[in-house]
Design a protein around this ligand. Structure first.
Ligand code: AMP
Length: 214
């Protein structure tokens, strides 16, 4: 099963991808997670990516495509994958076509998770991430018992730089300008399935399962 998840920041792509991979038995490939890991390790690529991530704009295509090509070289991708956060531009989509061509395969589904902008701003600005275990609380929908402290592990909660309102508005602008045109790109191939992403995590997961028939 070869699937791409497309959706604005905060639509729940990462959460849904994590649930899907357990069921489908394929790896999740998240460029955002790969960049965050590189930032944490302080690699030269991570330091370069951080400049863009903090501003809410896209990391340049050549950097992203290099990272993804390397990832696709690993044997676990051969049986399928859930791509989350890639491709985000036409150039990345064309590069992915090239990679899949070389592997002698094609995509099965492009799942588009739709959520209105205002809903996302509220969802993302309220997010508080744990420094210890990365669990995400929400000040309104999933508040911690004690302010600033993670319920799961007692770690300190903080607001990610890219979850601040100004950055979120910029990330949404970037999404509408550069990534949502990919929906038209893939529509021509007849593999786009559009899902309402405003429901609960379970409702969205069920909608995805129904749409991909798995
Ligand atoms: P995400 O967690 O997927 O929202 O990614 C966080 C940030 O990493 C984005 O705002 C971008 O700056 C960068 N990023 C992740 N994936 C890509 C991509 N495919 N192309 C360009 N930049 C990316």
């Amino acid at each position: 099963m070869k699937i791409i998840l497309i959706g604005p920041p905060g639509a729940g792509k990462g959460t849904q991808a994590k649930r899907m991979i357990d069921r489908l038995g394929v790896p999740q490939i998240s460029t955002g997670d790969m960049f965050r890991a590189a930032v944490k390790e302080g690699t030269p690529m991570g330091l370069k990516a951080k400049e863009y991530m903090d501003k809410g704009v896209l990391v340049p295509d050549d950097v992203v495509i290099g990272v993804v090509e390397e990832r696709f070289g690993k044997p676990d991708c051969a049986g399928g994958f859930v791509l989350d956060g890639f491709p985000r531009t036409q150039e990345q989509a064309r590069a992915l076509d090239g990679i899949l061509d070389k592997m002698g395969t094609t995509l099965d589904h492009v799942v588009v998770i739709e959520v209105p902008d205002d809903y996302l701003v509220n969802r993302l600005t309220g997010r508080r991430t744990c420094r210890g275990c990365n669990y995400m609380h929400h000040i309104e929908y999933d508040p911690p018992k004690k302010e600033g402290v993670c319920d799961k592990c007692g770690g300190e909660l903080y607001q990610r730089d890219d979850d601040k309102e100004e950055t979120i508005r910029q990330r949404l602008k970037t999404y509408h300008a550069q990534t949502s045109p990919l929906i038209t790109y893939y529509s021509g191939k007849g593999i786009v399935r559009t899902i309402d992403g405003t429901g609960s995590m379970e409702q969205v997961q069920k909608a995805i399962r129904d749409a991909i028939g798995a």
